[in-house]
Design a binder for this molecule. Structure first.
Ligand SMILES: Cc1ncc(COP(=O)(O)O)c(C=O)c1O
Length: 457
């Protein structure tokens, strides 16, 4: 019997993208009548107003090829950022742009560097071009900038940074990102993937667009898949130096962004207010349910995207199946599960399923890699106190800050991971607490009212 030709040997070690399971798959597999999908970091509200009509309208022209460069869309997007059109590339989702960037900048024997755990497209695409993948482990829940800088060599062509990170949901702060960019050589691209930018509420989480004028080797990725609710239509943006933009267009398949998607994107970009309103609902739910999880004695790291990271340890796969059997589809990873923030009823269904699983098998909490029990509950109290300080009147705020200061002094390193994954070295101990208090005050200064509009959407 003849055999199909073998693909290139190095592909055998390249991770394959595994999409989140659909609710229908889970229902069929477990024989259940209902399930919710909280597995792919989608936003649950349906298309923004006018988007479906724009798609329908554009279908009439779909017998023709669309605009290859998405020129009108790129111009409109550039104008919203106050930039010229030659600084924006439009691609088939930011993941398409990630692939195009990798094809344009890295090949065999080059190095591509990324913190890990992070987004699977980084190892996938750098693996496809046979680059050497240099993986820098997170330090606890944070990107370790010193380790990233130490791992850069003259052969490093690309550094991928997801900010906020995915699946571990924290974010780098301004000083750390700047330190990375200043330390990276000029011939190494620093790709700041801001797929979850619109959900960021923590103060001092940088908008990497602010680095572009100074650093031609920095590029920023944005997407309409998440906050703009267009995951199925595949539109992403890369913003950077015109040289990089031209390179990214050179590696794009012809007509990669189809006409209905371009038309939809033009309409979606006009819906900024509605997009921000929806993000505020998600952020409110992220905070509400995050606190309820901590109050169950399960520590969570900071969440700056539209998802929680549950550091369940090596039994993540089992926990995901147990939740699926109870009608909630989440995304398992080797060290934990990622749960997308959904509608309030979906999040409540998740909590019910979690409670049921933990009642049946309380030992799921044993492998948790952040503090559990009272320490997790104390963090929840502290976060509530922070919220009071953020929105309270001056005297109330001062009292809260005193109480917060007293509690901070009692924290250990991994308690800090639950509050703020950015911010570098300061951990437990007296001097660390002082540094952190200072950070916290800045954090408070930028924090929106609960359910308010996220910072810098
Ligand atoms: C960090 C990160 N970047 C990019 C993407 C891909 O987004 P898009 O739908 O624009 O390809 C994702 C999707 O999950 C992501 O988590």
């Amino acid at each position: 019997m003849s055999r199909a030709p073998s693909p290139r040997a190095h592909l055998a070690s390249v991770p394959v993208y595994i999409p989140g399971r659909s609710a229908a798959e889970a229902m069929a597999e477990h024989g259940i009548a209902e399930a919710v999908k909280l597995a792919s970091n989608e936003v649950p509200f349906g298309p923004l107003p006018g988007v479906a009509a724009a798609v329908m309208g554009a279908l009439a022209e779909s017998y023709r090829y669309a605009d290859h460069d998405s020129d009108e869309l790129a111009s409109v997007y550039a104008a919203t950022l106050g930039l010229t059109r030659d600084r924006v590339a439009v691609g088939p989702g930011s993941v398409g742009l990630l692939q195009q960037l990798t094809l344009a900048y890295a090949g065999q024997d080059d190095e591509v560097l990324y913190p890990w755990p992070s987004f699977i497209a980084y190892p996938q695409f750098s693996g496809v071009v046979a680059a050497n993948r240099v993986v820098v482990p997170l330090r606890r829940c944070s990107i370790d900038i010193d380790a990233v800088l130490a791992a850069i060599t003259p052969r490093t062509r690309i550094v991928f940074i997801a900010n906020p990170n995915n699946p571990i949901a924290g974010a780098l702060r301004t000083a750390d990102l700047r330190r990375l960019v200043e330390g990276a050589p000029a011939d190494c691209l620093v790709v700041v993937d801001e797929a979850y930018r619109e959900f960021v509420t923590g103060a001092d989480v940088p908008d990497a667009l602010g680095l572009l004028a100074e650093f031609p080797n920095v590029v920023v990725l944005r997407t309409l898949s998440k906050a703009y609710g267009m995951a199925g239509l595949r539109v992403g943006f890369m913003i950077g130096d015109p040289v990089v933009v031209a390179a990214v267009y050179a590696t794009m398949i012809p007509f990669a962004v189809n006409g209905p998607a371009q038309a939809a994107a033009l309409v979606a970009l006009q819906q900024g207010n509605e997009m921000r309103r929806r993000c505020a609902v998600i952020v409110g739910e992220r905070e509400r349910v995050g606190q309820l999880i901590r109050r169950r004695g399960l520590g969570l790291p900071e969440a700056q995207g539209n998802f929680w990271w549950m550091p369940v340890g090596s039994r993540a796969g089992e926990l995901a199946v147990a939740l699926e059997q109870r009608g909630v589809v989440v995304r398992p990873f080797p060290a934990g599960i990622r749960v997308t923030v959904g509608l309030p009823a979906e999040n409540d269904a998740f909590l019910v399923a979690l409670d049921a699983v933990l009642t049946d098998a309380p030992d799921f909490a044993d492998g948790w890699t952040l503090p559990t029990g009272d320490r997790a509950r104390r963090t929840a109290d502290l976060l509530d106190e922070i919220r009071v300080a953020a929105v309270g009147a001056d005297d109330e705020r001062a009292r809260s800050l005193d109480r917060i200061g007293a509690r901070l002094a009692e924290l250990g390193d991994d308690d800090w991971d639950m509050l703020d994954t950015g911010g570098g070295d300061a951990g437990a101990g007296d001097s660390g607490a002082d540094v952190r208090l200072d950070e916290l005050v800045r954090f408070l200064a930028g924090r929106p009212a609960p359910g308010g509009v996220p910072v810098n959407p």
